[in-house]
Every structure is written in C-alpha cells, then in structure tokens.
Design a protein around this ligand. Structure first.
Ligand SMILES: Cc1cc2nc3c(=O)[nH]c(=O)nc-3n(C[C@H](O)[C@H](O)[C@H](O)COP(=O)(O)OP(=O)(O)OC[C@H]3O[C@@H](n4cnc5c(N)ncnc54)[C@H](O)[C@@H]3O)c2cc1C
Length: 380
C-alpha cells in the first residue's frame, strides 16, 4: 500500500483546511454555547464541493472514495467538531442508499444532498434499543400499497432539520431469526404523524442537531422500502462498515486539533522561567499524542482504502473505530491538561474538543461493541 496522498488528495486537504479555518473558528463558540447552527455554512460547504464527495457522478457527486471524504472530515473536525458534524452529517444515510436504494430513490435524494438542498438522516436507536439493534420495536406494517409506521426513536442526528429519514423498523416480527425482522423505510419528514423534538444539553458537538422522534400512523408508499424487506439488520451492518470510517476521521481530526492547540499553548505559556514546551513531561506528551494520531490514521486509511477497493474488512474497521475514538479522548484530555485552568473554560478551543471527543466512543457502535466485533473475528 502506498501511503502517499495524490496531488488531488493534497489539494482537497488544503482546500478543506482553508475553508474550515476561515469559516468555523470565529463562530464555533457561539454555536456551542447557544446549541445552534447556521445552515448557510452547510450550503456554502456544498457549493464548494465538500459534501458527499463519495456519491457517484450519476447523482451529481464527485465519485471519489471514502478516503477523500475522510480527508475533508479530518480537517473540519480539527477546526471544530460541532460544525464539522453539522455540515458532514447531512449525508448520513446516503451510504445506505448507494448500497441498497432503488434507482428512483437515489435520483430523488442524492443530487439534492450534494447540492445543499436537502438533508438525510438515519434513525436506528430507540429508548429501549441501543447497542442491541435487533431490539428495535418501531413497527412498519403493510396496508394495501402503503406502509404504516409507529414508534419512537432516540438521539437522531438532524432529526428536526432532515428532509428524509431512513427509519429502521420492525417489518417482520414473526421471522424466527431476530436478524431477519427489520427493514429500512425512507420517510419524508413532512409526512403527517412525524414529530421531532430537539435534545438540548449535549456535552459536546452542540452545533449538531440531535432529536427525539415519534411516529404515529405515518403512512408512506410501499416503494419507500429501501433494500429488501427483512434484510435491514444485514444492510445496517454494511452501512456501519462505511460510516464508522467517518467516525475514525472525526476522531483523528479532533485529536490533531488537540495536538495543534497543545503545541501552540506550550510554546507560548511560560512557567518557572521557561516555556512549558521546554519541560520533558510536555515533550513526552506531545510525542505520545503525535504517535497515537499517526497510528490511528494509518489504521483507518488502510480500512478506507480496502473499502474503496471493494475489499472490506469489518474487523479492521472496528479496530480503527475503537482505537481512533479512544486516542481522541486521550489526546483531548492531555491537551486540556497542558492548558491548565484555561483548558477548563469554554472560550478555549481545546475545551470544545475535550467535550466533543467522548461521543466518538459512543455513537455508531460503542467501543465495547467494536471490541466484541474484533474479538469475534479472532475467537469465532
Ligand atoms: C450525539 C449523538 C448522536 C447520535 N446520533 C444517532 C443517529 O443519528 N441515529 C441513531 O440511530 N442513533 C444515534 N445515536 C445513538 C447512539 O448510536 C447510541 O447512543 C449508541 O449506539 C449506544 O446505545 P445506547 O445509548 O442505548 O447505550 P446502551 O446500548 O444502553 O449501552 C450502554 C453501555 O452498555 C454497554 N453495553 C451494552 N451492551 C453490552 C454488552 N452486550 N456487553 C458489554 N457492554 C455492553 C455499551 O457499550 C455502553 O457502554 C446518537 C447518540 C449521540 C449521543
């Protein structure tokens, strides 16, 4: 494997960094404190071609790989995780449509996501079904040429602003296998019976919308089924094997942002008559952070590279997701430590990075679930 980025990839990194540093830094504190976001920033990112680069040209995407999307994600998250998430999560679900959507579904949704005209979201988690996705109880029942959906979802990213939500529902409750009972259904959020309520008080990524969703007799046409009826669990696993790579890139970006802040601060801040960076304790922390970041990046680059070549390795993806999230938490913690009391104040970027990091070990598979996948691949 050649680890050198191509000229085109280096240009993507440069452009994403310039955009993020130019547009995010001045507004990050306001969005974080007020738990809001300005969607014009998302539209601008779409105009500049940063959103959905992995979507095929047939649907107006750039037709690049998950690696290129990761490069953008790293830069956005290094600048500000909340804004990075608010912008790049707007395509969360397109990966599933690309894999399993009908041609009509892809034509309807994907070009609008790239153009900044619509947002897609994916709702799996429920009040009583988190890590165990087979416990999802939201029902989808056929009634003539329609599906009727009833239930509730938790922690749905972009739930209050999405145009469509891919709803993970129980469609085949009688199937003897609990892995053959669920299906994805595409729901336009303006359908009667759909309600979303914003969740306030998140620890981090507060610019990103998260919602409780309820569905009461929501009716959609029968052709809104995505993929095959009863195969939702398997489709979800395939989906996560793409989207977990995005989380790796978020984590590595965040960790690198923390390292940059730590380097800058420890060179400026003087104690005992010398810059903090001159103390060996600081130097070792910086060395460890840089090494962990490099290791995490190499792990997920390899995983993304294999996916882009159609040779997916699910255990490697789980390793990359667990490891990158854990090093993000650790690097953010060390960076706050090196800032002393200043790091405890939200005006300092490092504070936002620290608060944002934890979610990486929770969403799209907790670190315990990732370790379960890894150990199963070894022990059988
Ligand atoms: C900001 C944010 C955004 C999110 N966005 C979305 C979204 O867009 N769509 C969506 O569907 N969900 C979303 N989620 C939900 C997220 O994916 C879940 O929170 C996550 O999967 C964990 O589920 P849970 O919270 O129910 O925890 P639980 O499953 O209850 O787990 C609690 C703890 O128990 C551990 N645990 C559970 N089972 C086992 C076991 N068998 N062995 C060992 N340990 C175990 C877990 O690892 C965890 O540490 C989001 C969450 C957050 C915080």
């Amino acid at each position: 494997m050649d680890f050198t980025l191509s000229k085109e990839q280096r240009d993507i990194v440069r452009a994403a960094r310039k955009f993020a540093n130019g547009e995010f830094l001045d507004r990050a504190l306001e969005f974080d404190r007020e738990e809001k976001f300005d969607l014009d920033l998302w539209r601008k990112a779409c105009e500049l071609g940063f959103v959905g680069v992995f979507i095929d040209p047939a649907y107006n995407g750039a037709g690049m790989g998950f690696l290129e999307h990761s490069l953008i994600t790293e830069e956005f998250w290094a600048a500000d995780p909340g804004i990075g998430q608010a912008i790049l999560s707007t395509t969360f679900g397109s990966e599933l449509l690309l894999l399993y959507g009908s041609e009509d579904q892809k034509q309807l949704v994907l070009p609008k996501l790239v153009a900044g005209e619509a947002i897609i979201s994916t709702a799996i988690t429920e009040p009583d079904a988190g890590s165990d996705v087979t416990g999802v109880r939201t029902t989808a029942v056929k009634d003539g040429d329609e599906w009727i959906i009833n239930g509730s979802k938790m922690f749905n990213t972009n739930g209050t602003i999405a145009t469509w939500i891919l709803m993970f529902c129980m469609s085949d409750p009688e199937n003897p296998s609990r892995h053959e009972r669920h299906s994805f259904i595409l729901i336009p959020t303006d359908t009667p019976g759909f309600k979303a309520k914003k969740i306030l008080g998140k620890t981090g990524i507060r610019a990103s919308d998260t919602a409780d969703v309820s569905l009461k007799n929501v009716r959609v046409p029968i052709d809104h089924l995505v993929g095959k009826q009863g195969q939702g669990f398997h489709e979800l696993m395939a989906f996560f094997n793409r989207t977990r790579l995005h989380i790796c890139a978020q984590a590595v970006g965040l960790a690198r942002g923390a390292l940059d802040e730590a380097v800058h601060h420890t060179k400026e801040r003087r104690q005992f008559g010398a810059p903090l960076a001159s103390f060996q304790v600081t130097q070792f922390k910086i060395a460890e952070m840089a090494t962990l970041i490099r290791a995490a990046r190499n792990l997920y680059y390899e995983a993304a590279w294999l996916v882009d070549r159609g040779n997916l390795d699910h255990a490697l993806i789980a390793m990359a997701k667990w490891f990158s999230a854990e090093i993000a938490v650790r690097c953010a913690d060390e960076a706050v430590q090196m800032h002393g009391g200043y790091g405890y104040i939200d005006e300092y970027k490092v504070n936002r990075l620290y608060r944002a990091a934890k979610v990486l070990e929770i969403y799209e598979g907790t670190k315990e679930m990732e370790k379960t996948i890894i150990s199963r691949s070894i022990l059988g």
